[in-house]
Design a protein around this ligand. Structure first.
Ligand SMILES: NC(=O)c1ccc[n+]([C@@H]2O[C@H](COP(=O)([O-])OP(=O)(O)OC[C@H]3O[C@@H](n4cnc5c(N)ncnc54)[C@H](O)[C@@H]3O)[C@@H](O)[C@H]2O)c1
Length: 423
């Protein structure tokens, strides 16, 4: 049976990540209403998905004044709006896809969880990594017991210098007060995966990190205020130059790429359109002259039940955008990275087996296939079983609490914070 969806927020994620499933599988998912603040995007999206005028709403607030009109509401607005929109949706009786982070404060995450449990509606949180063939295979290897039981895990979140500049210096997640701390915005995925793979509840965390480099005092001599206004004398050698990232880059530049990250800058995806956005908008600012305050590197130590430990390194100073993981078990070890899609499994005293996973998935844009597979699982799961999906609200709350605890610890100079104290 076709399931119907109302999209709340037709931005980067709502429009380009989750909606395409409806085009690929029209017999499974149909988008029947949309709420979007930007009139041009609302009209454009409405046309693209054949949504009648009377089901195109200029805001989420206006949409939720109507009676329930679909099976799901996909909440894809910005971090600070999730609580309000999720609570309104649950009160109207929708089952939800809720973008991560669930919300930007501990209290708000708890409020959504309570409302979901009280209304009996499902909230599927977009911890998409759990749905990737890459992490699913790692989980399968660990659960098989062939390298014993998990003792310690280490994950490295290599954010990538240009991705870091795009999202966390120039873009939407640069300021804690307007979005959320980096460890929540970016790393709730990593903490959630470590929790899932450890297979135990987390008892306590400690954390260190800071905004070390991307601030005015680190600006190299000759740096300007914007990349395209002629004021910068080091543009040629600067890797963060906006023109290199958004126009000339053979990976991300508009000459070869029409999707993320350039589609965040403008609806006009021509070279002229992107150049104009860089000349006028926030993405053309020098990385040393922005109003960013989130950390550029952070580490988190975790203590799980049964003496299992884990550590996470998040760092903006990496050439690749990649996640690497090492899991040390009583009978062997596993190392893997998402870009190569290679998982090396070495039982002690035996040959290493290499499993290659994700040739067919786009490890960069689609979160290694996880974005697509999360929606697929929602469409394939009976409506009354949605709450038992892996990324259900109660499990997601636990990993969000780990992120809040990490941030509390970082702000207290690394003092351990117990998770149970936050419930
Ligand atoms: N799961 C993941 O891996 C992942 C990755 C990136 C971003 N995200 C999260 O997804 C969410 C959306 O991110 P994005 O990059 O798509 O942002 P975005 O800014 O591109 O999209 C948000 C959209 O919501 C619209 N909007 C704002 N207020 C509204 C309102 N009151 N009513 C209706 N529409 C409204 C905006 O106009 C915009 O189009 C964020 O919470 C972000 O943190 C998740």
């Amino acid at each position: 049976m076709t399931k119907t969806v109302s999209l709340i927020g037709a931005g980067s994620r709502g429009r380009y990540t989750y909606s395409p499933y409806a085009k690929q599988h029209p017999d499974e998912m149909k988008i029947t209403a949309v709420a979007e603040l930007r009139p041009d995007v609302l009209a454009d999206y409405g046309e693209e998905y054949g949504i009648p005028e009377e089901r195109r709403f200029p805001s989420a607030e206006e949409f939720f004044r109507q009676d329930k009109m679909s099976d799901f509401a996909f909440i894809c607005t910005q971090d600070g709006q999730h609580k309000k929109h999720a609570i309104m949706a649950l009160e109207k009786g929708y089952d939800l896809l809720l973008e991560k982070p669930m919300a930007i404060s501990l209290e708000d995450c708890r409020a959504i969880t309570e409302k979901a449990n009280q209304t009996g509606r499902a909230v599927v949180v977009c911890h998409v990594l759990r749905y990737t063939p890459f992490y699913a295979k790692i989980k399968e290897v660990l659960e098989s017991g062939r390298i014993g039981s998990v003792v310690d895990l280490h994950q490295c979140e290599n954010v990538g210098y240009w991705h870091y500049a795009h999202s966390y210096i120039r873009g939407n997640w640069r300021k804690e007060s307007e979005s959320s701390p980096m460890i929540l915005a970016k790393c709730c995925h990593d903490l959630d995966i470590l929790y899932w793979l450890a297979g135990k509840k987390c008892r306590a965390v400690s954390s260190f990190g800071s905004l070390k480099y991307f601030n005015e005092k680190s600006a190299p001599e000759g740096a300007g205020k914007r990349c395209l206004d002629g004021s910068c004398r080091i543009k040629g050698e600067c890797p963060f130059d906006a023109e290199k990232i958004y126009i000339g880059s053979p990976v991300t530049g508009v000459r070869v790429n029409q999707s993320w990250p350039v589609n965040v800058l403008s609806l006009d995806l021509t070279e002229d359109g992107i150049r104009r956005a860089l000349e006028e908008g926030p993405y053309g600012r020098c990385v040393f002259a922005c109003d960013n305050d989130v950390v550029d590197h952070q580490i988190v130590n975790m203590d799980f039940e049964d003496g299992v430990t884990a550590s996470l390194t998040m760092c903006g100073f990496t050439s690749q955008v990649n996640r690497e993981i090492k899991v040390m078990c009583t009978g062997g070890e596993l190392t893997a990275d998402m870009v190569s899609g290679k998982i090396h499994v070495t039982p002690f005293g035996k040959e290493t087996e290499t499993i290659v996973i994700n040739d067919e998935y786009d490890a960069l844009n689609g979160h290694g296939g996880g974005d697509h597979m999360l929606v697929e699982e929602m469409m394939h799961t009976d409506m009354d079983k949605l709450s038992s999906m892996s990324t259900n609200i109660n499990d997601s709350l636990h990993s969000h609490l780990m992120a809040f605890a990490a941030e509390m610890s970082r702000k207290q100079g690394g003092k351990p914070v117990s998770i149970s104290s936050l419930y």
